[in-house]
Design a protein around this ligand. Structure first.
Ligand SMILES: [Fe+2]
Length: 239
């Protein structure tokens, strides 16, 4: 079991504040059967260059690794990013470094405004021209806009993954939409998007229970297979 979307790397963003919290989050993940997590800290173009972000991320992973208790086996942490859409992303160089390490899987957070056709074009260019395996994170959070809901349906014509947050399935107000998006996604995914130990906790297991009840065990297996594929290298490594 893999949790593809977490803010577990310490001191990177509004997620885990320090290594002690990160270790405890990893313990909670392990107790739920998670074997690997992606450290998808927020990447905002206006805050950091990709180079600076990657340096900060490596330092955060070092702090976490140093804090791991000896002899305790905890889930692996794969460096990655939750890349916030920015204008020009379609042909921006260096995005490979924001992918889940060793893959061409790019987690993309769309803007919290009404999306333009041009923005959707840029996403399709990332998929079709540049060959990224794009994961649109928590699409449910953008669906209050009817226009965005329609654009998500347009984007479903592409081989994109839609990653619904486990928490969305735990609230009756949002459960129906979360399940609907999972059902219609070309590549459905579930992840925790956990930030801490209080308000946005590791809760993948609870979300999976809802999937099991409402969509069945075979669908749960499909979610696991999709997640596995996205952390595997897409292209052979060059020597
Ligand atoms: Fe996130």
């Amino acid at each position: 079991m893999i949790d593809l979307h977490t803010h577990i790397l310490p001191g990177m963003d509004d997620g885990s504040p320090d290594a002690a919290c990160s270790v405890e989050m990893l313990r909670r993940q392990k107790a739920q059967g998670v074997e690997a997590v992606c450290g998808t800290s927020h990447y905002y173009r206006r805050q950091n260059s990709i180079e600076v972000f990657c340096q900060r991320r490596a330092a955060a992973l070092d702090r976490l690794t140093a804090a791991l208790p000896q002899g305790e086996v905890l889930p692996r942490v794969l460096p990655a990013a939750e890349t916030a859409y920015f204008s020009g992303i379609g042909d921006h160089p260096g995005l490979e470094r924001l992918c889940i390490q060793g893959t061409n899987t790019l987690l993309l957070e769309m803007p919290f405004t009404d999306w333009s056709d041009l923005q959707v074009e840029e996403v399709s260019s990332l998929v079709l021209d540049r060959g990224f395996r794009v994961v649109l994170v928590h699409p449910e959070r953008f669906c209050a806009s009817k226009g965005n809901r329609r654009k998500i349906q347009q984007m479903e014509q592409l081989p994109v993954a839609l990653q619904v947050n486990a928490g969305t399935l735990l609230l009756w107000r949002t459960r129906r939409l979360g399940l609907e998006l999972l059902r219609e996604a070309p590549i459905p995914l579930l992840a925790s998007d956990c930030h801490n130990l209080t308000t946005r906790v590791p809760n993948l297991q609870e979300g999976r229970r809802v999937v099991q009840q409402k969509l069945g065990g075979a669908f749960l297996q499909l979610l696991d297979q999709n997640a596995m594929r996205l952390v595997e290298p897409e292209r052979p490594e060059h020597p």
